[in-house]
Design a protein around this ligand. Structure first.
Ligand code: HEC
Length: 161
């Protein structure tokens, strides 16, 4: 005669809630699946607002790369560090949950690695002051821009254009 049996429903509800939370967390972490587009690249469907965030960040990165290149021609490693850090990890804006969910995990990983590398370039530029080294790092970095652009493109999702 257990009066514990009365809580079967509680356990069931709890299990369902935990499972749903786990699934939501997993979706957010893993991100969306992509389709292969007309040009062979994987298409990531984003709302207009989310796409604006990604593209604005890309333009900021290009600006930093330009600033770093000019600084390198002047052998100004302090300025190289400053420009690189402006797009480092701490400069990453808040990513809204909708964007977090829409971006594939691999894309997010590549993006994070890129920001981490900008921090590394900044650190090395400050500590070593070695122009050749910074130039090599920048070259390797540009290889990653090219690789990601060759792999992904952004498209409009159904609920935005
Ligand atoms: C994790 C993937 C990824 C990395 C790494 C990446 N990009 Fe992008 N970038 C994209 C995607 C996707 C687009 C949209 C391309 C499309 O839809 O055709 C884009 C677009 C851009 C644009 C166009 C912005 C606009 O307003 O239209 C610029 C500029 C850009 N990237 C610069 C860079 C530079 C510079 C780097 C490296 C320092 C870089 N990106 C690294 C994924 C990436």
């Amino acid at each position: 005669m257990g009066n514990r049996s009365g809580c079967g429903f509680c356990w069931l509800s709890l299990t369902v809630v935990v499972a749903l939370a786990g699934f939501a967390g997993y979706r957010l972490f893993m991100g969306a699946h992509t389709h292969v587009g007309t040009d062979g690249r994987a298409e990531i469907a984003l709302t207009a607002a989310d796409r604006d965030i990604v593209l604005a960040e890309m333009r900021a990165i290009l600006g930093a790369v330009q600033g770093m290149t000019t600084a390198l021609t002047q052998d100004d490693l302090k300025l190289v560090a400053q420009q690189a850090r402006s797009v480092g990890l701490s400069a990453m804006g808040q990513v809204p949950p909708s964007l977090m969910q829409a971006l594939p995990l691999e894309f997010k990983t590549l993006g994070r690695e890129m920001h981490t590398e900008f921090d590394q370039i900044a650190l090395d530029a400050e500590q070593m002051g070695d122009r050749e080294h910074a130039l090599q790092q920048l070259g390797a970095m540009l290889g990653k821009c090219v690789a990601c652009h060759a792999t992904y493109r952004l498209t409009a999702s159904k609920d935005g254009d």
